[in-house]
Design a protein around this ligand. Structure first.
Ligand code: PEP
Length: 250
């Protein structure tokens, strides 16, 4: 059985004091939650202080991105080894803001995913279509192409550690949410792709999260879909109460 994962993507928000307070708020509520994994992904510069704030709690620490090289002349980048060093257990990869604002490609995502897996960090690999792609009936094709490209070289041994996040780009930060049926359709397609590429057993074990304007008010319906195994939450993860309410709905 897949244990739901509720992950908060804080994006480029908070400051040091707010990040610590938010982490402590989530950690304080986490004790009441059974049967769900909780994760927060603060900005890179606050990973260490948030990690300290979470110490002893059931909340995991993740990053929003990292580079695939171990070290060297890559000004401005953070390596997966550095993430491992400060205790990060997850890394979000291929978020639509990185793909569409910062030009990240499937090939970049797959290199980063393989490096994260090599170092014991679980990649959360995001895929999702643009509104014009959905309107042109191209959602399935876009998702398949991102799935294949972003997981290139990820082996059968490693794929169970990967989390996939379906994040329709038109639903991220817009207040527009996919209907539970729209989400379930893509999640079921992703699970089929996993079964074709790996095995049915593996496909049944990999968690597939939904992301895109998930809030306390719409979470229960989305999370009740058979192939929706949790959420990647942006805006609503910046308030501990809202984030915990989503986790309770799962
Ligand atoms: C996200 O950033 O991954 C996201 C889903 O954002 P929001 O919940 O704000 O739409």
């Amino acid at each position: 059985m897949r244990k739901p994962l509720i992950a908060g993507n804080w994006k480029m928000n908070t400051n040091r004091a707010d990040a610590v307070a938010l982490a402590k708020g989530v950690a304080a509520g986490a004790g009441e939650l059974d049967g769900v994994d909780l994760l927060v992904c603060p900005p890179a510069v606050y990973l260490s202080v948030v990690g300290e704030a979470l110490a002893g709690s059931a909340v995991a620490l993740g990053a929003q991105n990292a580079y695939f090289e171990d070290n060297g002349a890559y000004t401005g980048e953070t390596s997966m080894a550095m993430l491992a060093d400060i205790g990060a257990e997850y890394v979000i990869l291929g978020h639509s803001e990185r793909r569409h604002v910062l030009g990240e490609t499937d090939s970049d995502v797959s290199k980063k995913a393989r490096k994260a897996l090599e170092l014991g960090i679980a990649p959360i690999v995001c895929v999702g279509e643009l509104l014009e792609e959905r309107e042109a009936g191209r959602t399935g094709e876009v998702i398949k192409s991102q799935f294949v490209g972003s997981l290139d070289g990820v082996t059968e041994a490693d794929i169970p550690s990967v989390v996939i996040a379906y994040e329709p780009v038109w639903a991220i930060g817009t207040g527009k949410v996919a209907t539970p049926e729209q989400a379930e359709e893509v999640h079921a397609d992703l699970r089929r792709l996993l079964a074709e590429r790996y095995t049915g057993e593996i496909a049944g074990a990999v968690r597939i999260l939904y992301g895109g304007s998930m809030k306390p008010g719409n979470a229960a319906e989305l999370l009740s879909q058979p192939n929706v195994d949790g959420g990647l939450i942006g805006g609503a993860s910046l308030k501990a109460d809202d984030f915990l309410a989503i986790a309770k709905a799962g």
